[in-house]
Design a protein around this ligand. Structure first.
Ligand code: HEM
Length: 412
């Protein structure tokens, strides 16, 4: 059923870059209204300035398919609505997610070999063993925080495996990523400085790991792969750091919040949860559906490099566009009853949570694997997660997720 608009004639005065919509979980109705009335909608004076809201599935795909016109480049402001601070104090670490062709192509190639089906298969056993181990330590008889105990821990372990990162220090990955990915910090100078401090600490740590692997035989982890790739020869130290941060941040909040969304979402659709419990063959499709429903990154930003007529809207060179995946994934013209989780939804795979086109998430297969393994191992234990109270959510318009969520397990 489509979301009913309380006041379909109301003016669209929402600023969807306001983090309050997400921390209070009330973004659904305003986006539904935009999709219905003005799917490519201009907002003036938003929390991060003026921008176009691209809210329909069709328009988001259209924009992503034109990377020459709609740039991801950090030179124009990159991939989040927050702009670079141009006073020379900002740390600019170029990452390939925020580059255009041809540079993007070369740098993406340096990490892509870590995500081939063979590599994913190689990591799967390790990920499964760690996931099993963790699930076996969970308490059945008392409440605990699912976000910290399960989502953060499993995601951090997955990244530590991928990077061959010192196991005992793995929570540093989480800490750094949280600082790096929080664009809301740009609003406050002290927090911005604190963020830079953490990024420099991270840089120094990775420099040591790098030094330990350089001039050594290649090993099947990301740092070694980057060292031994052709494009690396042309990457300076900041670019190398930028790409490392990209891989950590890219994999961290996203996978974590899918695992939290899995617990929260299935709890709210108990019939669907039961369907999945009774039929574990649905797990691969349910993984897609949970990622669609959660959409762990609410938007990616593009900047127009030329004037363009986008379905009747005059986009001007230099305009910012927010591609609201979180809205496109609830587009009723593509996903029937889009606000509901339907574990056997036929077209769940059409979701846009991984983006589309040349920047489509390079880690998608790894994320899907981790989430599928979690569901499979829960099924083996007949483990059901009951959410005890509304979770605390992330205050951000970029990362869409949960800070904490009290749960209690039961057996079905
Ligand atoms: C459910 C989990 C994940 C979600 C929802 C997600 C989402 C995204 C999105 C929306 C993009 C940008 C696409 C675009 O601009 O069109 C992206 C790109 C990227 N992601 Fe993910 N991601 C996830 C997991 C991961 C993991 C596990 C890794 C690596 C460890 C990763 C690494 C990257 C990288 C490196 C890029 C840049 C690709 C490029 O620019 O060519 N992501 N991801």
């Amino acid at each position: 059923m489509a979301t009913v608009l309380k006041d379909p004639g109301a003016e669209l005065t929402y600023d969807m870059s306001d983090a309050a919509f997400y921390v209070e979980d009330r973004w659904q109705a305003p986006f539904a209204q935009m999709r219905a009335q003005d799917p490519i909608h201009w907002t003036e004076g938003g929390a991060f300035g003026d921008f176009w809201n691209v809210t329909s599935h069709k328009a988001i795909q259209h924009v992503e398919a034109l990377p020459e016109i709609f740039s991801s480049s950090y030179e124009y402001g990159g991939i989040t609505l927050a702009d670079r601070i141009e006073d020379g104090t900002d740390l600019v670490m170029p990452m390939f997610i925020a580059m255009d062709r041809p540079k993007h192509t070369g740098q993406r190639r340096t990490v892509a070999p870590a995500f081939t089906p063979t590599e994913i298969k190689r990591m799967a056993d390790d990920i499964r063993a760690r996931t099993s181990e963790l699930l076996d330590t969970l308490p059945w008889d008392q409440p605990f925080d699912w976000v910290d105990t399960v989502s953060i821990e499993l995601t951090t372990q997955m990244l530590a495996i991928l990077f061959d990162f010192p196991w005992a220090d793995r929570r540093k990955l989480t800490e750094w990523s949280d600082w790096a990915g929080d664009i809301e910090l740009a609003h406050d100078e002290d927090s911005r400085q604190e963020r830079l401090k953490h990024l420099y600490e991270m840089g120094a740590y990775f420099k040591n790991l790098w030094d330990a692997k350089i001039d050594k035989e290649p090993t099947p982890d990301l740092i070694s792969m980057m060292i031994h790739s052709d494009a690396m020869a042309e990457m300076d130290e900041l670019e190398f750091m930028g790409n490392l941060i990209l891989l950590i941040v890219g994999g961290n909040d996203t996978t974590r919040n899918s695992m939290s969304g899995l617990a929260y979402g299935l709890h709210h659709f108990p019939e669907q949860r039961e369907k999945l419990e009774q039929n574990p063959d649905l797990i691969p499709n349910a993984v897609q559906e949970i990622i669609r429903w959660q959409t762990p990154l609410a938007h990616m930003r593009r900047t127009a490099t030329a004037d363009y007529d986008l379905f009747g809207k005059s986009i001007k060179k230099g305009d910012k566009l927010a591609l609201w995946y979180i809205s496109g994934n609830r587009d009723e013209s593509v996903f029937e009853d889009a606000d509901s989780i339907i574990v056997d939804r036929e077209n769940a795979r059409r979701h846009l949570a991984f983006g589309y086109g040349i920047h489509r998430c390079v880690g998608a297969r790894l994320a899907e694997l981790q989430i599928a393994i979690l569901l499979e191992e829960m099924a083996k234990r007949r483990m059901r997660v009951n959410v005890l109270a509304e979770p605390e959510r992330v205050r951000a318009c970029f990362v869409h997720g949960y800070r904490s969520m009290q749960v209690q397990l039961s057996k079905y």
